[in-house]
Design a protein around this ligand. Structure first.
Ligand code: THU
Length: 139
């Protein structure tokens, strides 16, 4: 699976977004090391705190399916009804970055922020979450 195809999966995931409060629809597609894709969307709640981002939805689906090795995640986001040619790059929130640090190699895992299938930027978790606290800090 190439990154354009992974971004396409993130757009499919975004269609499932449940965001009646923010109206900001996010889709993520998480690629495992052996080529499987787990899609995630943001899921909101009237009481806000239980809401879950698209990225964590994808990770929790994958981890709860026994996946532990991840290669990349593609993220697409825009307010509802945004025309396809007006998407901006959207970076993951701090909580999602921490989950990436939990399950992914800090240098090798690729976080793909996409406007569309052709325009995207790639970051490592170390770039997005420098000086991260991980399990290694407790050894
Ligand atoms: N959101 C995500 O799904 N991922 C992010 O990285 C940023 C924010 C969601 C959470 C909430 O449903 C909406 O976007 C507005 O914050």
């Amino acid at each position: 699976m190439n990154y354009s195809e992974l971004i396409k999966e993130a757009f499919v995931a975004r269609k499932s977004s449940y965001a009646p409060y923010s109206h900001f629809h996010v889709g993520a597609a998480l690629l495992t090391s052996d080529g499987k894709v787990y899609r995630g969307c943001n899921i909101e709640s009237a009481s806000h705190t239980p809401s879950c981002c698209a990225e964590r939805t994808a990770f929790f689906k994958a981890v709860s399916s026994d996946e532990r090795n991840f290669k990349a995640i593609a993220i697409v986001a825009a307010a509802a009804d945004t025309p396809e040619d007006e998407y901006e790059y959207t970076a993951p929130c701090g909580v999602c970055r921490q989950i990436m640090a939990e399950f992914c190699d800090l240098d090798d895992f690729e976080v793909i922020l996409a406007k569309n299938e052709e325009e995207y930027k790639i970051y490592s978790v170390n770039e997005l979450l420098p000086l991260s606290f991980t399990g290694k800090d407790m050894e």
